[in-house]
Ligand binder design. Structure first.
Ligand code: GLY
Length: 346
């Protein structure tokens, strides 16, 4: 059993009884209704979402704005040097450059993003300033870096010794070939070197006490990717989408598949048509699986959604996806997502 799966099991089993009942409802129907008096909630992808949620909750719990909460939350894995799929410490591209993607979106459609930005620890905060201080939505590469420096961000080396070592290991056998579909095992343990699918994104969605919804998404993308490769995370409608009238969605996994299907936009539109968050995530996943039958067996994509009522849902292609939920009742819930394939690879 991988460390991740042990942790998942322990986390779910360790829940106090009300939250266990609530989590049971989430895993059974993958949706939950909050009492009207307790609207604030933040959800995030993967187990590293627990710590991110807690940083977000420090703002939400005091009545703060959902946008501030998701930015603060996303900054936690961006600074976590042990997290090799987000921010500083992320695995580099096949040429050894750490390039980061991030996006942020507010309930009214305001949004900002950066793609393939280098040398900046907190791309999510640069994305927010793209939204707030420019007439644009997306800045990339050198231009994104230039903007960040103009805004006072500090330039630094994001390639940590651990990540550099893993890159050199990869170079021994990979023959400079980026790949997507060759390995699913490492999905039990995101960030583990070796497998092609060793990337995971943090996507966050929050509703604050005033009912305002915002989302954020940030990643170092696929390890050993081609130079210049950009995934779904900074693409509004792919890795992240929020519509205050409906809800929000975010994604993790192989960004190319999410982009091809405008994944997060699709989930939100399905919720608009009346699907629950769980049903919408499942339908979006099945859209990918049905188009990519054989390939889908060896790739991971997961969606996480929350509607404006605070109902939460998720669905993934592969077993092992989890999401963290935090609200006034419990700050460290970690829920296993349902998936198309249930095989355990560990
Ligand atoms: N989902 C993150 C990426 O593909 O880069």
């Amino acid at each position: 059993m991988t460390d991740r799966r042990r942790f998942l099991k322990a986390s779910v089993l360790g829940m106090s009884s009300p939250i266990l009942a609530w989590a049971g409802k989430l895993t059974a129907t993958t949706s939950a209704r909050m009492p009207a008096t307790s609207t604030a909630r933040v959800v995030s992808t993967w187990d590293f979402g627990v710590a991110a949620n807690q940083a977000a909750w420090a703002i939400l719990g005091k009545g703060g704005h959902a946008l501030d909460a998701v930015e603060a939350g996303a900054r936690v894995p961006e600074s976590d040097l042990k997290n090799h799929s987000v921010g500083k410490g992320g695995y580099p591209d096949r040429d050894g450059h750490v390039t980061l993607d991030a996006s942020i979106m507010d309930a009214d459609g305001s949004c900002g993003a950066v793609a393939a930005i280098e040398h900046i620890e907190h791309p999510i905060s640069v994305a927010r300033l793209v939204m707030e201080r420019t007439p644009h939505v997306l800045l990339v590469g050198e231009g994104a870096l230039q903007f960040a420096l103009e805004q006072g961000f500090k330039q630094q080396n994001l390639l940590t010794p651990d990540a550099e070592k893993a890159w050199h290991e990869w170079q021994k056998t990979a023959h400079y070939q980026p790949s997507i579909n060759s390995e699913v095992r490492d999905y039990g343990n995101p960030g583990r070197p070796g497998g092609a699918n060793n990337h995971d994104t943090i996507g966050m969605l929050a509703i604050d006490a005033h009912g305002r919804m915002s989302g954020a998404c940030t990643t170092s993308g696929m390890a050993w990717k081609m130079r210049g490769r950009v995934g779904d995370s900074p693409i509004i409608g792919a890795g992240l989408y929020v519509d205050g009238e409906v809800g929000g969605a975010t994604s993790t996994g192989v960004g190319e598949e999410v982009i091809r299907n405008a994944g997060s936009f699709l989930v939100v539109e399905l919720m608009r048509q009346g699907r629950s968050p769980h049903e919408a995530c499942k339908e979006a996943v099945m859209r990918i699986v049905n188009k990519r039958r054989e390939a889908s067996k060896t790739i991971q994509v997961g969606f996480l959604a929350m509607n404006r009522a605070g109902e939460v849902g998720a669905y993934a292609i592969q077993h092992g996806f989890s999401y963290a939920v935090c609200d006034a009742k419990k700050q460290d819930a970690l829920i296993p997502s349902q998936s198309v394939y249930t095989t355990s690879y560990s």
